[in-house]
Structures are given as C-alpha cells and as structure tokens.
Design a protein around this ligand. Structure first.
Ligand code: UD1
Ligand code: CA
Length: 471
C-alpha cells in the first residue's frame, strides 16, 4: 500500500458526558498539549490526509486545530451525536482512498509506530478490516472498552455495558483504531443498527459483519498503556502520569539529573540542556527552554521562558514569559514575569518581583524589592526593600536606572524617573526627580534628635539601658 491510497478519520464529535464538564474533553491538556492534538500529530507525522469529525463544541475544537496549521485536514460536522458508526458515516462523501484509518480522538498515547504496524499487518494479511487490541482482563479497569469476543471463527466486539462473559476468557479490549478497505466500509456503514440501550450506532459492529462473511479480519496487539481511552478525569490523570514519566525518562537519557523525578512536571514542548539538575516539585510549562548546567531548586516553576546556561533558580522561584541570562541567580522566592529579562550574572534575590522590566548584566537586586516597568543597566546595585512606584492609578510609568548606579535600601523610585549612570541614592529616599550621573540624591526628612525628651513625655526613669515605667 502506498500512502496515496490511505486517508484517516479522527472522531472528535462526542459529548464528553463522562467528563462532566462544559467543554469538550478534546480540549483538556496532557503535559501542556490538548488531547485532540495527539492523534492529529500522529496522523500528520505519517503524512496521511485527514477528515476530522466535529460536533460538540465544534467551534472551539476548530479554532484550536486551525491555530496549529495542520496540512491536508478537512472538517466534517456530525450534527447529532448518534455514536461512532454514525460519526464515520457522516464522512462518506469525502472518501476516495483504497483504505481508511479510523481513530477515536480520545486515545492520546498511541504512537506513530503502532499505526505503522497496523498498516503493515493490514497490508501483509490482505485484510478487509484490521484493528488494534490490547490485553486487559481486569473488569473494573476496563469500563468503557469493548471486549473482543471470539466464537467459532467469528470475531465481535461487545461493549462493556453489554458484556456478561468472563474477562479472563475474553481478555482483549478494542483500542478504537481501525483500518478498513473503503469498499467494505461503503457497503456496510449505512446498514449498522442502533443499539436500543444506548440509542447509538456502534462502529465496531462492522468487525462482526466482516467476520461473519468470512472476510479477513486482522487483530494487531498493542500495550494497554498506549491505547488507553480517556473517558473520565481519572483516566486523563492516569494518561498524564504516563506521558509525564515518558518525558522525564527522555530528559534523563539526555543527561538531565532529577533528585525526585516523581514530583516533577515537564510539558511536552519543553527543552532542557545536559548537566542541568532539577529538584523536587519543579514545574516546567509550555515552550520553556532551559540551558545546560542549570540548577532548578525545589518547587520552582518556569512558564514559557528561556533560561540560558548555568542559571540557578533557588527554591520557590517563579519565572513566566521571561528571559534569564547566563549564570544569573534567582531566588529563593523570586518572581520574574511579564516579558522581563535578566542579564547574565545578575542576581534577583529573596522575595524580589520583576515585572515588565529589563535588567542588564551583573546587577544585584538581592532582597525584598519590586521592579515594575523598569530598565536597569549593568553593574547596578539595588538596595533591600526598593520599590519602583510605576503606577499612578492610570498609567504604568517607566523608571530608568543607568549603569553603575547604587540605589540605597528602602528607596521608592517614583516613575517616570531616570537615575543617571554612576549615581547614588541615600537609604530610605523617595526619588521623584531625575538624578544626574555621578550625583548623590537623598530624598528623605532630616533626622532631629531631641535629647532627654523621652523623660519629659513619659515620666519614666532610665535605668541601666532600659526604660522602666514608674508604678
Ligand atoms: C469506543 C468503542 C469501544 C472501544 C473504545 C476504545 C464504540 C461503540 N465503542 O468506546 O469498543 O473499546 O472506544 O477507547 O465505538 N464520537 C463521535 N461521535 C459520536 C460518538 C463518539 O465523534 O456520536 C467520538 C468521541 O468524541 C470519541 C470517539 O468517538 O473520540 C469514541 O467515543 P466514546 O464515546 O469515547 O467511545 P467509548 O465508549 O470509549
Ligand atoms: Ca472513549
């Protein structure tokens, strides 16, 4: 079979009723990627043209899929959700290939390799219908699967709700991935009957039809984990654990050290350089890039950000939509976000927030500060407890702190304001005017010492360094 003779149908129109959610389960993410994108990418990676059946929440699904720019994809609407057989029938006018691959949309862990195997065995056995099955004799965990029942050379799929046999005898379940010869599909899809107890038309009934006619039916075995269907939030959770473990195993093989791998979450699109060490509870989301030889301390979280090589995130630091330069040190409890950038070898220390700001190289902001809408040059020192007062109730205003400047502790820099290069500000200053280069600015009330004044106002006696109140 050549690829030209194959087309695929992915079924994504179902109501997701077992999710008990307002949205389609297709839009729930597994390691940062929406469930429907998994089978779509699998089919796309095999260059098979695709029909996507949508119905429930069709606009949201289309919007998502369109954003990802898949090629050769045609949407087909199933206006009423009358079952998998009905969903496939809705696509009939778009069939042209010799063989048609049908996949449920809720099987995210299936691999391109498995589909390739199904295609190869379908071809080599000259089957009319081939489908994937997996061993699972546990009746409790197989809820939602159709069981493969074989009697006198006849193969049929009995849905879980109708199955009364022994799962140890009929120990294979239907994966929901099939390859049909188009002529057979065309001839029989419209003759499938509605099941009374569910009011649905079942696609797997075609297997019994082919088998009863003595046509060749081929079963291809897969591991159960790869064909897990996601019908409930619990099954989503299990699938995400499997995917997460796969991702972490991969990064281990690339030289990333995990001190407590089971507590770490890494999304599918994240990249990590070798020699990096990741501690407990770290979470890396979306398209985050972590360089080589970084150290990500316990319970840090990085979303959609780039960390260059040798970056250290001390524990409980959060980085979102930010760029962190080589050998910079953040945290503990740092929060760098909103398109901020931190230059190489700079330090953003304990309880420092940096928002919508750029910080150049070798600058130190070590303790308890808020840097908002600021541009800080290189070799700057920002003293403990400094606040960039960037919001006047209406607008966010800019603070510029030029190279080599020293901002004393507990300063308020009231934006818009510029502190020129190599300037200094006194501790506790409120800076409301620009400070020229090489200038010391002190913006605070002068201290006034009134000696002995305490006796006067409190009537107390000063004994041995302590104030004692008279009885
Ligand atoms: C289905 C199979 C079952 C198999 C299992 C594997 C049927 C009748 N049963 O059961 O044998 O073991 O998958 O996971 O096919 N859909 C539509 N339109 C509809 C109904 C469903 O597009 O009218 C889509 C759903 O969005 C979903 C897929 O078809 O992606 C499967 O539907 P679902 O209800 O999840 O079938 P299962 O009960 O899991
Ligand atoms: Ca399902």
């Amino acid at each position: 079979m050549t690829r030209k003779t194959l087309q695929a149908i992915i079924l994504a129109a179902g109501r997701s009723s077992r999710f008990k959610s307002e949205t389609s389960k297709m839009l729930f993410t597994i390691c940062g990627q929406e469930m429907i994108l998994y089978p779509l990418k699998t089919v796309q990676s095999l260059s098979i043209p695709l029909l996507l059946v949508v119905g429930y929440r069709k606009e949201s699904i289309r919007r998502l899929v369109d954003q990802h720019g898949f090629e050769a994809i045609t949407y087909i609407e199933q206006n009423q959700q009358l079952g998998t057989g009905h969903a496939v029938a809705a696509t009939m006018s778009a069939w042209y290939a010799h063989d048609i691959l049908v996949m449920n949309g809720d099987i995210p862990l299936v691999t391109p390799q498995l589909i390739r195997e199904l295609i190869e065995q379908h071809e080599s056995s000259k089957a009319v219908v081939s489908f994937l099955v997996a061993h699972n004799s546990d009746p409790s965990s197989s809820v939602g699967y159709g069981r493969v029942v074989q009697h006198d050379n006849c193969i049929s799929i009995v849905e879980n709700r109708d199955f009364t046999g022994d799962p140890h005898v009929h120990s294979f379940v239907n994966a929901g991935i099939y390859l049909f010869q188009r002529d057979f599909l065309k001839q029989h899809i419209s003759s499938l009957k509605t099941h009374e107890n569910s009011r649905e038309i079942y696609l797997p009934d075609l297997i019994e039809i082919a088998s009863k006619q003595g046509l060749k039916v081929t079963m291809v075995t897969a591991s159960f984990d790869h064909i897990r269907g996601i019908n409930t939030l619990k099954e989503l959770w299990i699938a995400e654990q499997i995917k997460r473990a796969e991702i972490i195993e991969y990064w281990m093989s690339q030289g990333v050290r995990f001190t407590h791998a089971q507590s770490v979450h890494i999304d599918l699109d994240v990249e990590i350089g070798d020699g990096t060490c990741i501690e407990s509870g770290v979470q890396l989301f979306f398209k985050t890039r972590v360089g080589r030889q970084c150290h990500l301390g316990a319970f840090s979280s990085v979303k959609n950000s780039v960390l260059a090589n040798h970056v250290v995130l001390k524990s409980h630091s959060i980085v979102e939509d930010a760029t962190i330069g080589e050998s910079a040190v953040l945290g503990p409890f740092a929060y760098v976000h909103d398109n901020s950038s931190i230059g190489a070898r700079s330090v953003v220390g304990f309880c420092v927030e940096v928002s919508k700001s750029s910080v150049d190289q070798v600058t130190k902001i070590k303790h308890l500060s808020y840097i908002g809408s600021g541009h800080i040059g290189s070799k700057v020192t920002i003293g403990a407890g400094t606040v960039f007062c960037n919001y006047d109730g209406k607008n966010k205003n800019i603070t510029i702190v030029e190279d080599g400047t020293f901002i004393g502790s507990n300063n308020s820099l009231v934006a818009p304001v510029t502190i020129g290069h190599d300037a200094m500000t006194g501790a506790g200053s409120t800076i409301t005017q620009n400070v020229p280069p090489y200038t010391l600015a002190i913006g605070r009330a002068r201290q006034d010492n009134k000696e002995g004044y305490v006796h006067k106002i409190r009537g107390s006696v000063h004994i041995a360094g302590a104030i004692k109140t008279e009885d």
